[in-house]
Every structure is written in C-alpha cells, then in structure tokens.
Write a new protein. Structure first.
Length: 375
C-alpha cells in the first residue's frame, strides 16, 4: 500500500483504473433460483424472456452449476489477493429466502452482483434503488461492511427505496425500440399504489467513474429521476448523461482502462459519450465465440441473461493490469498486444447469473482522486 492510499479513509474510489487496494467480492451462496416476476422479465428483456412452463415463477438452478460458480468466484478471490488487493465479502445468506412487501412477493437474490445495488463515489457509499423486486433486501448482506466503513469515517447515503408496485417501472425504452412488453406488464401480479407513477429506480452499473466526472446512463423516467437525485445529493462531481446508450447497465459497453484508452463494444457508441472522450483511443473487443458459453439444454432451460459481450466486463487492478475471463482468449491476446498484463480467471456461468468480474466486485479503495480527465 502506498503512503498516499494509507492516509485516506476506509472508502476512497473515484475511477475504474488507478491501483485497486480493497474490493468487496459478491457471494452466490443459495443462488438456487431466479424469480421470473414482471420486474425480472422487464430488466432482462433485451436479452431474453425466460422460457418456462405456463404459470411457473421460479427458474431453479441446479446445485452443480451453483457449485461451479462458487469455484470460479473462489478463483477470482485468489487472483485478486495475489495482486495485493484486500478482498472483503458480504455476509452469507443462510438459506433461500422468500420476501414480500404489501404489493408483491419474490425470492430474494443473494449478494452476487454487488456492483448493481451500490456505487462508491469518492468517500461516499451510495446504495441505489434496484430494478428487480427480488433484490430489494440484497444489500442487507453488505450492511456489516458499510457500517464498519461508516464508523471509520466514510459517508453513507441511500436513494429512496422503491416500492416497485405495479406501474412503477417505465417501459419507454422498449417502446421506443419497437418492443412490445404488454404481455409482461399485463401479467404482473403486483398491486399498484394509487398516484405513485414512475419512481427512482437505478443500478450502480449504469455509471462509469472518471475522477471528477461520472458517466450515467439514463434510458427512461426512472433513471432520469435517479440522475437528478445524484446531482442533488452527491456534490463535487459532474454527472454526464449518456442518453439511453443501453436499457440499463453500461459496463459491457464502455470500459475505461486508463485515461485516453477504453474498451468499447462498437464505435457506434462513441456518439453517446462526452465530446472529450470521443478522441480517446478505442479497443474494440474481438467477436466472442458462442461455443465458449455453457449449453444448459440438458437442464431443460436456455436463459442467457446477458449478451455475448458480457466478457468485456473486466476489472482493472491498475492502469497496466486487467482481470479477464480466461474463456475469452481473443480479448486476452488483444490486451497483451497493447502492453497490458492480463490476469486470466475462469468464469463459466456469467450468462446464467448475469454478471462478469466488474459486476461481481465493488471497488472500495483505489489510489486515484478527483482528477480532471475530460477537460
């Protein structure tokens, strides 16, 4: 640890690439099912509407797959520790948990994709407002860590908890793209709240941090309310609107590797970025081989919750070192040709569980500060 990083508080993370000192790595314990309610189906609509038997709500995940996922997470933990990063873990849920509010019921999601429900902005922990009902209580498993960081001097705030009642989620993005979601919204069993309308709903993975500047994807009314909340409640940073670059998360679309260089899914996305970023050097990842993803047909379902670009979801240790899925040799080769040290880690079931290495981790401490990268 450098003297500069040692002098900072327990939470200090402004960007995606300066030396990583401490990270929270998610858990998949008891991730034995996806609850396929309307909020889940809407969130994953761009990739899939899961095919299940009529009236079936839970998509059960075989124990063998959960065991393999846990093996791969353990490999990621070892790799991070081997790079000198302190790895912290959420509390482990002791069993599968069914949850309910006055308006809906769901199966709770374990704290695996910890990037989604939290974003660290400088010395501030911001708990966000989840899209999926099963994730409303997910951050309870991180609260022991957040409490520790708060007692150590970190700031800790939360977006208003969304009710996620019927009608809370804005489907404007899908309608603009000609996607009909009336079958999903019409079958929603949740109860409405009279007069509520669209509320703040937002995931941390809709942001990319660049020192003083934060890129924020907003694709509908829920997200625009969240952007307004961020600008009001987190002073000292500049939040740049990426106007519907995607339906939600952006960390498999634009991934800054260091100042002036980024991974970008396709050059067509440049037009969404701040003008100062459009002159950055771009690495377009090579095509991903579909054969590198598991075939779940033997288990009776096909549920790719992500696109083939999920393996762009890399995690930078520093400006020269990147953790990449070992099952994506094409990207490893490209990055090594650009002078990066690649730390290959196996990750088999990223499509089934909807996350890569960036999704599974939450940066708590990096060396960088509120620098100007977009001036």
């Amino acid at each position: 640890m450098t003297q500069a990083s040692a002098s900072r508080g327990p939470v200090h993370s402004y960007d995606e690439w300066t030396p990583l000192r401490e990270v929270i790595l998610g858990r998949a314990d008891h991730y034995t099912a996806h609850d396929l309610d309307a909020s889940f189906r809407l969130f994953y609509l761009e990739n899939v509407t899961p095919q299940t038997q009529a009236g079936e709500r839970l998509l059960h995940v075989p124990g063998q797959i959960v065991d393999e996922l846990n093996e791969d997470i353990a490999g990621l933990s070892e790799a991070l520790s081997g790079c000198g990063v302190t790895v912290r873990r959420p509390a482990a849920p002791g069993k599968e948990v069914d949850i309910k509010s006055p308006y809906w019921e769901s199966r709770a999601t374990p704290p695996l994709n910890v990037r989604d429900n939290t974003i660290v902005l400088g010395d501030t922990i911001v708990e966000t407002a989840p899209h999926v009902r099963g994730r409303v209580f997910e951050n309870d498993m991180l609260k022991p860590l957040f409490q520790e960081y708060f007692e150590g001097g970190a700031n800790w705030v939360s977006m208003p908890r969304p009710a996620l009642a019927r009608g809370s989620l804005d489907d404007a993005y899908f309608r603009r793209h000609g996607l009909d979601v009336t079958e999903i919204t019409g079958a929603d069993t949740a109860l409405p709240i009279e007069g509520l309308g669209h509320e703040i709903v937002f995931d941390g993975a809709q942001c990319m941090r660049l020192g003083r500047d934060v890129l924020v994807n907003a694709a509908n009314a829920n997200h625009h309310l969240a952007l307004r909340w961020l600008r009001t409640n987190v002073p000292g940073l500049r939040f740049h609107l990426l106007d519907a670059i995607a339906d939600s998360h952006i960390d498999s679309i634009v991934v800054p590797l260091r100042p002036g260089l980024m991974l970008l899914r396709d050059p067509k996305y440049l037009k969404y970025l701040p003008e100062a970023m459009r002159s950055w050097d771009v690495i377009v990842p090579p095509p991903m081989d579909a054969a590198a993803f598991p075939d779940y047909s033997d288990f009776g379902f096909v549920v790719p919750l992500t696109s083939l670009y999920i393996d762009m979801n890399v995690l930078s240790i520093d400006e020269e070192t990147v953790v990449v899925n070992s099952l994506y040799p094409g990207l490893i080769k490209v990055l090594e040709e650009r002078g990066f040290t690649v730390v290959p880690v196996r990750h088999r079931h990223r499509q089934l569980f909807g996350g890569g290495f960036h999704c599974f981790t939450l940066d708590v401490r990096r060396d960088g500060g509120r620098e100007e990268y977009l001036s």
